[in-house]
Design a protein. Structure first.
Ligand SMILES: N[C@@H](CCC(=O)N[C@@H](CS)C(=O)NCC(=O)O)C(=O)O
Length: 344
């Protein structure tokens, strides 16, 4: 298990790109599911979710946890949030400023680790408990099994699919059987997910962490092509003038919307500036009237989206955690508002 980007500069800052200037995301290592008759059977008071509020991959899991009513049962999947600053030793439960002078005052504090794990300072400590040989990057989200003291999953795409069913026997009646990956739409969802992942979700990172002009342009172009394609898909469905939310696939909310949302809601406040994805902003009504409306329908229309979107942590995390992109770690004040109103 080795991280492809797990390199540190002499100054302690993480080097995100490989030697050819391209950012490559590592493959996740823990790929199990919560399911009956498995090492991780559905149960109350057993599983925990570790997230960073800034992280778009962890954000997917927070949204599905709410959409599925898992948050309604307090001991089903409690959430523990790391501090927003991703420091030299990765995500942390304790402010880096306490041990690193140059990081004093940075970051938005999280919740601290769960009871019984007060000795753990970094998220890495959970990875090492699960696998003492673990040598790759310690990413969020993490689905933690308290009984087995191990990680069930650190791959958000599989985790959010698993949450459709994993805890159904415990959630309130009205959430049971609800799925964001319905059988009849799977083929289309998979197709959309594939290019949205590569060109948009990961595309903003590949653009932002490129360390050569060529690598930057190689990723900038497909990113904006994909945004044009999304705009056209939503225009065809009349999203701009619709009073009701319009969805990417079929006429119901699916994981395709959830996966796209966590990138698009970060686009204007962060990716446009910090990752130099600056051909347009999503709020540019002359370019993305439909995509912009789609975003605002989800944010303003559904508590699962709005209540899990923390602009303060999002901005603090990105602008303060990547000194290669932003050496003085200044968090820009704008654009304001972070997201426009539904009819603005
Ligand atoms: N494939 C993973 C990717 C998760 C991921 O890359 N998370 C980032 C935060 S946005 C992370 O935790 N990075 C920590 C690090 O690189 O040290 C997923 O989708 O779950």
């Amino acid at each position: 298990m080795s991280g492809t980007n797990d390199q540190t500069h002499k100054d302690g800052n993480t080097k995100w790109a490989s030697s050819d200037g391209e950012f490559r995301r590592q493959t996740s290592s823990f790929r199990s599911l919560v399911q009956p008759n498995s090492p991780h059977p559905p149960a109350r008071n057993r599983y925990k979710l570790f997230v960073a509020l800034a992280c778009p991959w962890a954000h997917r899991a927070l949204i599905v946890r709410k959409l599925k009513g898992i948050d309604k049962v307090s001991d089903l999947l409690p959430v523990y949030v790391v501090d927003s600053l991703l420091g030299p030793e990765g995500w942390s439960w304790k402010p880096y400023g306490e041990t690193h002078d140059e990081l004093k005052g940075l970051g938005v504090p999280g919740t601290g680790p769960p009871p019984g794990h007060e000795d753990k300072v970094r998220i890495k400590d959970f990875y090492l408990q699960a696998d003492p040989q673990y040598g790759a990057r310690s990413t969020v989200p993490v689905l933690w099994d308290e009984e087995k003291k191990t990680i069930v999953s650190n791959e958000s795409s599989e985790l959010i699919r698993n949450l459709n069913e994993a805890f159904d026997e415990f959630v309130p009646e009205e959430y049971r059987g609800k799925t964001y990956y319905p059988q009849e739409l799977r083929k289309e969802i998979d197709e959309v997910n594939e290019w949205v992942y590569s060109d948009v979700n990961n595309g903003v990172y590949k653009t932002g962490f490129a360390t050569t002009q060529q690598a930057y342009e190689n990723n900038f172009v497909p990113l904006f092509k994909a945004l044009d394609k999304l705009e056209a898909m939503l225009a065809k469905k009349g999203c701009k003038d619709s009073k009701k939310p319009v969805y990417l696939v079929g006429d119901q909310m699916t994981e395709a919307d959830i996966r796209l949302y966590t990138t698009i809601v970060r686009f204007d406040p962060v990716y446009h500036t910090h990752f130099k994805c600056n051909k347009h902003q999503i709020r540019d009504e002359a370019v993305y009237p439909n995509l912009h409306k789609w975003l605002r329908h989800l944010y303003w229309g559904d508590e699962a989206f709005k209540s899990t979107t923390d602009f303060e942590s999002i901005k603090a995390h990105y602008y303060q955690s990547h000194p290669g992109n932003n050496p003085h770690r200044i968090v820009p004040s704008g654009p304001l508002p972070h997201i426009r109103g539904l009819d603005e």
